[in-house]
Design a protein around this ligand. Sequence first.
Ligand SMILES: N[C@@H](CCC[C@H](N)C(=O)O)C(=O)O
Length: 273
Amino acid sequence: MYFAKMHGLGNDFIIIENLEENFLDYSKIATKVCNRHFGIGADGLLVVEKSDKADIKMLIFNSDGSQAEMCGNGIRCFAKYVYEKKIVSKNIIDVETLAGVLKAELRVINSKVDTVRINMGKPVIDKISSIYNSNLNNLNYDIKIDNKVFKASTILMGVPHTVIYVNEIDENEILFYGPKIEKLDIFPNRTNVNFVKIVDEKRIQVRTWERGAGLTLACGTGSCAAVVACYLNGLTYNLVNVELAFGKLKVEYIDDVYMEGPAEFICEGNFVL
Ligand SMILES: N[C@@H](CCC[C@H](N)C(=O)O)C(=O)O
């Protein structure tokens, strides 16, 4: 089967096409090809399918085989892929996802996509009982694990995101607490966990423990959720540069959330199913 490998700020994906809609077990394919030792290696699998309500449909599966509703870094890679492979010949593309139809605006230089701006839609701040099984104030509450107390916010940005406010980004802390927070009983569908350091009103740093993929180098939906949470808590402006491990995303919250950043091809080839 033909594949391309792409990344958005180091969050990497295998992309496959299934425009004829053959029966394929995507979850099984994801666990196989995403494995970094026995497969190609990636955080997730993106599938290109036909859509009857948008220009094209994107499906996303995490490296553990679980399906997610949306992926911020993934949708920028996906939009670049369908444009440069001439599957959709428009530079504003409507992409169907399980979180709704989202608009991808491509900045094209010499027929190549440089950056992609996505209208990520509206964050869900209240009424999130399906992801948040509690009557706490989900924008500002405490999570206690062992003897540690974290200030937290939980927001649905296509997928469930919990923001943990920290003074410093500490990878060991993320590896220790990330999986414990992901699986707390208050999150019936698990949660992505974003450790967020506020540098100033226009800059934050984010590292994410992702549901179904573990610690990744960047998370697009997580960066958007972090900006929404920081802005609504009065900690930043509504236009913020989000610094990830290897680059930046520009996120703006004006009713809808807009995210802009790069997408890159790594390689392409074939694998045996
Ligand atoms: N890396 C992504 C999010 C992918 C899905 C997530 N792991 C989930 O299960 O919710 C992004 O860039 O948004």
